[in-house]
Design a protein around this ligand. Structure first.
Ligand SMILES: [Fe+2]
Ligand SMILES: [Fe+2]
Length: 315
């Protein structure tokens, strides 16, 4: 039965199964089983990896939720601290059951590059536009997991990377349509189901649920509490897509696209009036930081961007 035909209950069951098989990058196994380090050092090592690796980050939330189901958790660090050494043991056990997977082709590598770029750009946007009142750490965590629904489909993507690429999507909306055609369910449908299972923080949850929604369709309470955060992640997502996809030749072209996006989608950033050139600089520095993180994940160099995007970032 395809994902498209499943009832909500069946879909949840399918996603539970997919979540158990989340990929484990080799660097995570090495870090988790490193001998001769104190518990504090071990926790720090795991946390610094979890801030740049979405599967490890998801598992930490999952383990904390299992250990303390009634406790509301504010972030990955707190989740890890709450359950202490038990979390480390659980992580090792759960990782040994997972599938060690090294993204190899461009589509798989691009997926990790996208998580990183959105995460870092979200944090930098929160720092740059302080008037929005978004905590930069929260923004980074939300950016890292915003496409949780894509992560749970990684296996489908790994099996048939070119199927999705055949649709040559140019923006997030076209990606959603392509996923529905190829996999039967988009990441927008799977993400909230997966987030429910691993019990992420409410701020991360808001970005998973609404990063592709029109501002007017976000429930009032969510918009009040997390509207600015959702907007930051949405902008980082769209700008990352510029960098991955569009043949942007120069700053003028980027500025034009950024202005169009802000005019049509932005609610909160209208109040702080970002300069598109600032956005360009934020993406440029975020991309350089994402490259460094990519090396820390031992994934080699970031996959090649479109030639035009390269010119934009490095000219
Ligand atoms: Fe998305
Ligand atoms: Fe995304």
């Amino acid at each position: 039965m395809s994902l498209a035909d499943q009832s909500a209950q069946e879909l949840r069951k399918a996603v539970v199964h997919l979540m158990m098989d989340l990929p484990v990058l080799p660097v995570c196994t090495v870090t988790l089983t490193r001998p001769g380090v104190s518990e504090d050092e071990h926790i720090d090592d795991i946390l610094s990896l979890a801030t740049i690796e979405p599967c490890l980050s998801s598992r930490i939330f999952q383990i904390a939720a299992k250990a303390m189901p009634s406790h509301s958790i504010s972030g990955i660090r707190q989740a890890m601290m709450l359950v202490g050494s038990r979390a480390v043991d659980d992580l090792i056990t759960s990782h040994l059951q997972g599938q060690v997977f090294r993204p190899a082709n461009d589509e798989e590598l691009c997926m990790w590059a996208h998580f990183l770029l959105v995460s870092i750009a979200s944090r930098r946007l929160a720092v740059q536009y302080k008037a929005l009142g978004v905590n930069p750490q929260q923004a980074q965590e939300a950016g890292l997991l915003h496409d949780l629904g894509r992560l749970v489909q990684y296996e489908n993507l790994a099996k048939s990377p070119s199927e999705l690429e055949k649709h040559s999507y140019q923006n997030p909306d076209e990606l959603i349509r392509a996923e529905e055609i190829v996999f039967g369910a988009s990441h927008v449908r799977l993400g909230p189901v997966a987030a429910d299972i691993i019990k992420v923080t409410t701020s991360v949850r808001a970005s998973i649920d609404y990063h592709h929604s029109k501002p007017s369709s976000i429930p009032r309470k969510t918009a009040k509490d997390f509207g600015q955060l959702i907007e930051i992640v949405t902008i980082a997502d769209e700008m990352a897509m510029f960098c991955h996809r569009w043949p942007i030749e120069d700053l003028v072209e980027f500025t034009h696209r950024a202005e169009h996006f802000l005019k049509n989608r932005s609610v909160y950033l209208k109040h702080v009036k970002p300069n598109p050139e600032e956005l360009y600089q934020i993406m440029k520095t975020s991309y350089a930081e994402a490259q460094q993180s990519f090396l820390k994940l031992d994934l080699g160099p970031m996959p090649e961007l479109d030639k035009g995007a390269h010119q934009m970032l490095y000219s």
